[in-house]
Design a protein around this ligand. Structure first.
Ligand code: PBG
Length: 329
């Protein structure tokens, strides 16, 4: 007559629900992306990312101290490079006194224990807004890898704990690992954006850094010749396994929400920590809907980050990190 099992018993009230909950979000889950600009006393809101800011170095120091107090112990740095310092080859990327190199030192100065991760790709430095060097209408792989390798060593030299190549060139992990070893940076880690899809969700980020591909003759209009086709699944495994073989300490799937099937698949496949980047468009989408009163911001935010972790993320890079931690503490 009756069901043999009544699953609703374990959902009856918050006490029992919290007892059987499988996925718990904590400050330890997060990496906080931070945007850095030149200047002093600058904290400017990114138009397409409400309540997210670019900081000059002095205010960056203040921000990381606050993050540390909230229990957020890792940051991922991105720089907005002045136009006059951009070229095709990313020359400024390897300037030992460049904005990124100074930002790494500023964070370490403000908060010595903060784990500093750095973005490694040419797009913020490229006059064309591409992650690599352009020749003959194409993003060329191997010369780009050479610059990314020098860039990584330069970040390690400035004090970065982990370099995070986000460019999707072939062979860059091996090249970077070898160079770090050769130069004595044996403790500098690599978090590889292994399965990074050519996604329209990166739009607000490109506003934040003024790094969108330019619309010009002989310049690829999009990043589809290096970032992955979102129709593909096996390719993500191939990319990820290659990066691990080449020496990646942490692998990443990016973006988050639309790619949770990939996250689970990778998590089942590999034995290194898996990071997920909940990207700018995912952030902006919720902010916009919440502003309109169409979605409950905090509830949807928690549902999203919990789903990302449940799918298999050991690490979540998210613009929501601070909001989440304030909410749960
Ligand atoms: C640059 C880079 C991008 C992001 C992280 N690193 C943009 C891109 O590839 O065009 C996107 C992050 C986000 O949208 O939040 N290589």
């Amino acid at each position: 007559m009756y069901p043999l099992k009544r699953n609703r018993r374990l959902r009856a009230n918050e006490a029992i629900r919290s007892l059987v909950r499988e996925t718990i979000i904590s400050p330890n889950d997060f990496v906080v992306p931070l945007f850095v600009v030149e200047g002093k006393g600058v904290k400017e809101e990114i138009a397409s990312m409400p309540n997210y800011y670019r900081y000059s170095l002095d205010l960056l120091e203040k921000e990381v101290k606050e993050l540390w107090k909230l229990g957020l112990k890792s940051v991922l740095l991105f720089v907005k490079v002045p136009d006059n310092l951009k070229d095709n080859k990313g020359t400024e990327a390897i300037n030992p006194n460049g904005l990124m190199q100074r930002a790494i030192k500023a964070v370490k100065n403000a908060c010595p224990e903060m784990l500093v991760m750095t973005d490694v790709a040419l797009d913020p430095y490229s006059i064309y807004g591409h992650d690599g060097i352009i020749e003959g209408g194409k993003v060329i792989n191997d010369d780009t890898v050479d610059v990314l390798t020098e860039m990584s060593v330069s970040h390690a030299e400035a004090g970065a704990d982990i370099v995070a190549p986000s460019d999707m060139m072939d062979g860059r992990i091996l090249s970077i690992r070898e160079a770090l070893e050769e130069d004595g940076y044996v403790d500098t880690g690599i978090m590889s954006y292994s399965a990074k899809y050519a996604s329209a969700f990166y739009g607000p980020f490109r506003d934040a850094l003024d790094s969108a591909p330019v619309d010009a003759k002989e310049i690829p209009k999009d990043k589809k010749s290096y970032q992955m086709d979102y129709a593909n699944r096996f390719e993500a495994i191939r990319e990820t396994e290659m990066d691990i073989d080449e020496g990646a300490d942490i692998v990443m799937v990016k973006p988050g929400l639309c790619y949770l099937d990939i996250v689970r698949e990778i998590k089942n496949e590999v034995d290194v920590p898996v990071a997920v980047y909940q990207v700018s468009g995912e952030y902006s989408m919720l902010k916009a809907a919440a502003e309109k009163g169409w979605l409950d911001h905090d509830a949807v935010m928690m549902e999203q980050v919990t789903a990302i972790k449940r799918a298999g993320a050991d690490i979540i890079a998210s613009y929501f990190a601070k909001d989440v931690v304030k909410l749960i503490s």
